[in-house]
Design a protein around this ligand. Structure first.
Ligand SMILES: Cc1cc2nc3c(=O)[nH]c(=O)nc-3n(C[C@H](O)[C@H](O)[C@H](O)COP(=O)(O)OP(=O)(O)OC[C@H]3O[C@@H](n4cnc5c(N)ncnc54)[C@H](O)[C@@H]3O)c2cc1C
Length: 441
């Protein structure tokens, strides 16, 4: 099966200048190594997110004599894998578990990815505020409570231990009486995602080179695969697409993944006085039971992260007005939970794109001669994507495992209707949640 013929121009690039508050709190990075001249390797990987780095690390470990080049349009840690809410989940039951087999399969993949991340962060002593704090799913009003019941039923069906907690217990942990009920479980980790991704990029095996600020502008089926960047080219005998929703901008995986953006704001560190308002555990990680709810964290360095607001993101660009509207939502959500903190400044507000499929499907494996794809979608994409990247390398190297067989059993992401139908359906769904679950945001 020929990978593709001729030349593929890349229609849109991810380096759109949108801010990333986590990244902005880190010291400036060392100068980027960019693609210059012609670099020839056994394996070219496009994208240094969770999927691309996990693949490159594992392949580098398993095949120390193969050369690997990871080519990233921006700086590592700046993209979606470094701008999320920092939940590295081992279990997840968003909206409940509709199919127990799918739930078990997902859980296994999440745990595989989490274990690989934990092992790497520990081994290399990556400073990313890793904390095995777990997560609490929360509900504020009746609509949220219905979702929360489904979350609890899902975990019961999966035999995942959890604890129900009430408003008073939630107040002790978070300092707010905004939430009526919660479901608490252990096992997952909270991290500073930009720091983690930067650390993962810095500690790749010796046979893996990371090129940053090197957007791939064009792909040619020449000498294997030729990736054209602004100041040079990478020629790879084999190519791995790990560029998430931007794969379709190169003409791959069109109409398989629904691009949905969500937005986050991060505050400056709270003062000692302000910290009196945010509970007694020194940190927390709250996931909304409702799709319209807010993900909220108190970080180890005393900042609040607020994530909410969904937007159909086919354009993959965030206009200033969209960011301003998300910032208003975050400000309002902060005020409703902690009126005394309503004025605390945000260091930044930003957006990022997640991928969803219609059938909890996947994009994994060889899609043409020498051409592979590994994209993460749907629930817990950071740990799922890390597992998928690792397992793709093991699959290529002939290493069998139960996890690999599970991943291979995931159906291919189902075909989606074209725009404007898909846009209409996605926007209608988002509006429905915004209306019925308004109190949860
Ligand atoms: C605000 C927010 C909060 C979230 N919270 C969580 C959470 O708490 N837990 C969780 O599990 N998930 C969360 N997610 C989702 C999760 O971050 C993503 O699904 C995940 O990072 C996707 O990983 P990836 O490796 O597939 O893609 P990415 O991280 O997007 O990596 C792909 C890389 O490819 C690069 N690329 C694209 N095109 C090109 C090109 N032409 N040339 C070179 N490079 C290119 C991009 O720059 C990018 O860095 C959140 C997302 C957002 C936006």
């Amino acid at each position: 099966m020929a990978a593709f013929a001729g030349v593929r121009k890349v229609r849109r690039l991810p380096n759109d200048g949108v801010r990333n508050g986590w990244y902005e709190t880190l010291p400036p990075p060392a100068q980027a190594r960019r693609v210059a001249g012609t670099v020839t390797v056994d394996w070219a990987v496009i994208g240094a997110g969770a999927c691309g780095l996990a693949f490159a690390r594992r392949l580098g470990e398993l095949r120390p004599s193969d050369s690997v080049a990871v080519v990233e349009a921006m700086r590592v840690g700046y993209g979606t894998s470094g701008r999320n809410a920092g939940f590295m989940l081992s279990h997840h039951s968003h909206g409940g578990i509709r199919d127990i087999q799918v739930g078990r399969r997902n859980d296994r993949l999440f745990s595989t990815g989490l274990a690989y991340l934990r092992e790497t962060v520990l081994h290399h002593q990556i400073r990313c505020d890793w904390s095995d704090w777990g997560q609490i799913y929360v509900a504020a009003a009746a609509e949220g409570e219905a979702h929360l019941r489904a979350v609890a039923e899902g975990f019961s069906a999966l035999d995942v231990p959890f604890r129900q907690i009430d408003r008073n217990a939630l107040e002790e942990i978070t300092g707010t009486r905004f939430y009526g009920r919660g479901v608490r479980l252990q096992g997952s980790a909270l991290v500073q995602p930009a720091a983690m991704m930067r650390g993962l990029g810095r500690t790749l095996p010796a046979n893996v080179d990371l090129y940053e600020d090197s957007p791939v502008l064009e792909l040619r089926a020449e000498d294997g695969f030729r990736l054209i960047c602004p100041d040079g080219a990478v020629v790879g005998r084999r190519l791995v697409l790990a560029n998430h929703v931007f794969a379709e901008e190169m003409g791959f995986m069109g109409r398989r993944i629904v691009p949905i953006a969500t937005f986050a704001s991060l505050t400056r560190p709270l003062t000692d006085d302000e910290r009196q308002h945010v509970g007694g555990e020194g940190q927390f990680g709250l996931l909304p039971a409702s799709p319209n709810g807010s993900t909220v964290r108190l970080t180890l360095d005393g900042r609040i992260l607020m994530r909410n607001t969904l937007w159909y993101a086919r354009k993959k660009r965030f206009a200033g007005a969209l960011i301003a509207s998300a910032e208003n939502h975050h400000r309002e959500s902060l005020r409703e939970r902690w009126p005394a903190l309503a004025g605390v400044e945000f260091v930044a507000t930003w957006g990022g794109i997640m991928g969803f499929t219609r059938n909890e499907g996947g994009v994994f494996g060889e899609i043409g001669d020498g051409l592979y794809a590994v994209l993460t979608t749907d629930a817990a994409p950071m740990t799922r994507g890390t597992a998928a990247g690792k397992l793709l390398a093991e699959h290529i190297c002939g290493i069998d495992s139960e996890e690999l067989r599970i991943l291979l059993s995931v159906p291919r992401a189902a075909m989606l209707p074209p725009d404007p139908i898909l846009r209409f359906l996605a926007e209608r769904r988002i509006r429905k949640f915004e209306t019925t679950d308004a109190a949860e945001r």
